[in-house]
Design a protein around this ligand. Structure first.
Ligand code: FAD
Length: 824
């Protein structure tokens, strides 16, 4: 036994050093001391010497640069340069356009939770809150979504006026230019509230405050452009749109074939240098009503009028609608959600160089400008829209599931419905925390490239799932369209959010992990930069420093991953309260596993990893759920750790953990190099995959929260429009819940009496009369039951129409009239 002891001591010291990420020299010192101590305590002398020699053999070459640099680092640098995936210009720009916030910690394998928890709680300014309580509330009350989506296929004129007059289009425009100068958080809250009422209104308001002329001018515009356009954009004198996508360039937006040739031309009566544009764009939101088109095109200067570069690259310009050659005005019809959207064409449209965004200095920098701004818009408009929809679905479906009774019970009491209700609640809770986290990152001044893709992808997916579950629970009530239907249009529109600003399949499989692995990894970008340094000596030294940092990091993650797997992540320091501490520990575990898997994949697959989209997508899922779970824990802390939120937090957290384990195990089972997959499996899942989906008991508690008035439900509903006015059936139904709950014991008593007695009356009113006469209920209780009946009728009733009301009035009447005239 004493022979094995020195080796065991060395192993334990090495594992502990790796777990705690001790420096090499510290590991060697502790290892040597432990071996001497073991020998003094009676371990075999020969074994102690052999173990010491092993330690020295490993440590000396690593500790001495004179040996390490030429013998280890130099060959590894050569190998690395060979496997380093070539970065395209597009990828380089994308990587350089983002900042790294807390998500970087998630890639570290040992997150510094203080970096998250010390962030201030996101709060609105007074003027922002006043805007939400005033104009936003007023606008929501004015919205009649059926009129917008069916009758007019547009916003009514008074809504357009209200939106422009109250500067909804200028939320992001600074106050000195006449805008509202709102923070990203306020922008998020406004869109979230509008989205729960009408996706047409929220996208109409969202687009001018997202990636487009205003945002681009604020960052890159010349002073003259800012002075002229920003005040006009803020008060709605200009309605903007932004045209990037075309028939030949969708997801691969850099491949746009639209071009502009530098030439002389006439502009406002003068002969100036400018660009002649030819373009064919489609799907452009607000285009049919836009007065100012932001346009992306590739710029060429064949005659060398502005320099010696022929292909200048992607460039952005502002094209006034009335410029000669611009064709605009026809409409697309996106899934019965008729926000203004349509194609734009232009042939040889001349604009001066002063119409390029940022002027001539920014010619050719269009892609970089777009990518830099994209993370801002992508963090807000779509996540806020989707989370607003999910929150509304949760609150109203909870109320509906309590009010609607079948087989003598509220439908929400049936386990099948309860399961769907719990999913809605969990998705709404997670989407709400996630969308707020990405908006808060923008508000802190970050350019959250990775969180914006996570937020866009997951909020829209969770929004779609919540809409689907809400539709199922509402049955026919969700399907019959009309003014009383508050779900159908949201459900129809949910794939739009999935498709725009980076279609979701691509976002998941290419972008989340693709960008995260390089941007957030503590060493990869540094290594890549070091490997391309021009000076050979500096290159070797810098690469050496980063490479050995990286190797230590990888070993530590392997050990941490295995140890957390072995102990079920039950040990280790973590922040939080007694309820959440275990959650943080679990996240430590998956962070280590993600870092281990990421390193192994990058090392073994190199440039090929880009094409392994299944692997990249699954690792992206792990990163995403780490981020989502962190956002939920931060929200829980910011709310003051409310005990009543715990079922919601627990459901969503276990759901995330379950999804992380599925993603990790699928990635390992399908790892392209099978033996490596098996080895990693032993480190990541030493006891196998154990995380379970949220339990039925937890689902029951979570669903119950949605079906009765309580503060957790109120917190979930915060920020959506629930005022029970004429145009807001969802708000009305949600508002009935307290009275419905109060009336239930009376209803039960009355139904029991009906069942047990010999009643003559068949009609409800007559039954109530008889009930009062026979003394089963009091006169007061009768009133309560009548009110309950009224509320139930409002909740379950649907619309019907005259046949002509369902015809598309514009299409048929205009065409038929025209045909009649032609025939005559
Ligand atoms: C209602 C609406 C409004 C829009 N508004 C605007 C606007 O205002 N301005 C503007 O410029 N554009 C706008 N768009 C365009 C939108 O951004 C594009 O639709 C989107 O980028 C996808 O392009 P596509 O539709 O051509 O799909 P495609 O590029 O043909 O993609 C089809 C499918 O293939 C997947 N895919 C593609 N490449 C990959 C890959 N490498 N890996 C994995 N999957 C991949 C996608 O995820 C998608 O699922 C809008 C679109 C819609 C529908």
């Amino acid at each position: 036994m004493s022979i094995a002891i020195p080796f065991l001591v060395l192993l334990v010291v090495s594992l502990a050093a790796a777990y705690h990420r001790l420096r090499l020299a510290v590991w060697v010192a502790i290892g040597a001391t432990a071996l001497v101590a073991a020998w003094l305590l009676g371990a075999s002398t020969v074994a102690s010497i052999v173990a010491g020699a092993l330690l020295a053999l490993a440590a000396i070459p690593l500790l001495l640069p004179a040996i390490r640099l030429p013998l280890i680092t130099a060959p590894l640098l050569k190998f690395y340069t060979r496997i380093l995936p070539p970065l395209s210009e597009t990828e380089r720009v994308a990587l350089e356009a983002g900042t790294v916030g807390f998500e970087g910690e998630l890639f570290s394998g040992k997150p510094d939770w203080n970096a998250l928890l010390s962030q201030p709680k996101p709060t609105l300014r007074e003027d922002e809150q006043a805007f939400l309580d005033g104009p936003v509330e007023e606008l929501c009350a004015m919205v009649n979504d059926w009129e917008i989506t069916h009758v007019r296929a547009d916003l009514p004129p008074e809504l357009w006026d209200f939106i422009k007059k109250n500067k909804f289009f200028g939320m992001i425009v600074p106050k000195e230019y006449g805008g509202l100068g709102f923070t990203a958080l306020a922008n998020h809250k406004v869109i979230q509230k509008l989205a729960a009422v009408s996706s047409v209104v929220s996208s109409t308001v969202g687009v001018p405050n997202s990636l487009g002329p205003a945002e681009l001018l604020m960052h890159y515009g010349t002073q003259e452009q800012k002075d002229y356009y920003l005040p006009r954009l803020a008060d709605g004198r200009e309605v903007p749109c932004f045209g990037l996508t075309g028939p030949w360039a969708g997801s691969d937006a850099t491949s746009i074939p639209d071009y502009g040739i530098v030439c002389m031309g006439d502009w406002n009566g003068a002969r100036v240098v400018g660009v002649k544009l030819t373009f064919d764009k489609r799907y452009i939101t607000l285009a049919p009503v836009a007065s100012l088109i932001g346009l992306a095109f590739r710029m060429y200067d064949p005659d060398g009028l502005i320099g010696d570069k022929r292909d200048i690259g992607i460039t952005l310009a502002l094209v006034p609608r009335d410029t000669d050659g611009v064709e605009i005005g026809r409409r697309h019809f996106p899934l019965n959600s008729p926000f203004q959207n349509g194609p734009i064409h232009g042939k040889e449209v001349f604009i001066p160089l002063s119409q390029l965004i940022g002027g001539e200095a920014y010619a050719g920098k269009g892609w970089q400008m777009l990518v830099e701004c994209l993370s801002i818009g992508r963090s807000i408009t779509l996540p806020s829209t989707a989370s607003g929809g999910a929150k509304m679905a949760a609150v109203v479906t909870g109320a509906y599931a309590r009010i609607r009774k079948q087989f003598g019970l509220s439908i929400g009491r049936f386990e099948g419905v309860e399961e769907a209700l719990a999913r809605i609640a969990g998705n709404a809770y997670a989407a709400s925390a996630l969308s707020e986290a990405s908006a808060a990152a923008v508000a802190r001044g970050e350019l959250p490239a990775v969180p914006s893709t996570i937020s866009k992808y997951h909020c829209t997916e969770m929004g779609r799932e919540a809409a689907k579950d809400a539709m199922d629970i509402h049955g026919g009530k969700g399907i019959i369209l009309g003014p009383k239907n508050y779900l159908g249009r949201g459900w129809q529109a949910s794939p739009i959010a999935i498709t725009v600003e980076g279609a979701n399949i691509m976002t998941r499989s290419l972008m989340i992990f693709g960008q995260g692995a390089i941007l957030c990894h503590p060493w990869v970008l540094k290594e890549m930069k070091a490997a391309t340094l021009p000076d050979p000596g500096e290159r070797l030294r810098e690469f050496d420093r980063n490479l050995f940092g990286h190797i230590g990091f990888a070993i530590s993650n392997a050990v941490r991953s295995w140890w957390f797997g072995l102990t079920g992540a039950r040990i280790g320091s973590a922040p939080g309260d007694t309820y959440t501490r275990r959650y943080y520990r679990k996240l430590n575990r998956y962070s280590a596993a993600l870092a281990l898997m990421a390193d192994t994949s990058m090392l073994l697959l190199g440039g090929k990893l880009k094409f392994k989209e299944s692997l990249s997508g699954r690792l992206g899922d792990v990163l995403s759920h780490l981020y989502i779970a962190s956002a939920m824990l931060k929200r829980y802390e910011d709310e003051g750790r409310p005990a009543s939120d715990q079922p919601l937090l627990a459901w969503s957290f276990h759901n995330s953990v379950h999804k992380m384990e599925i993603a990790l195990s699928s990635a390992l089972r399908n790892f392209p190099i099978r033996p490596v997959g098996w080895l990693l499996w032993m480190l990541v899942f030493p006891w196998g995959r154990r995380a379970q989906a949220p339990s039925d008991r937890l689902g029951h508690k979570t669903a119950a929260l949605l079906m009765s008035p309580n503060d957790a439900r109120d917190r979930l509903a915060r920020g959506i429009f629930l005022t029970p006015c004429a145009n807001n059936p969802a708000g009305r139904i949600a508002s009935y819940l307290p009275q419905v709950v109060l009336a239930e014991p009376v209803e039960r008593k009355f139904l029991k009496a009906l069942k047990n007695s010999d009643i003559e009356a068949l009609d409800f009113a007559a039954q109530l009369d008889e009930g009062v006469r026979e003394g089963w209920i009091t006169a007061e209780e009768r009133k309560q039951l009548e009110a309950l009946r009224e509320m139930t009728i409002d909740a379950i009733s649907v619309d019907d129409f005259e046949a002509w009301e369902l015809r598309s009035a514009g299409y048929y009447s205009d065409r038929i009239e025209a045909a009649r005239r032609d025939a005559a």
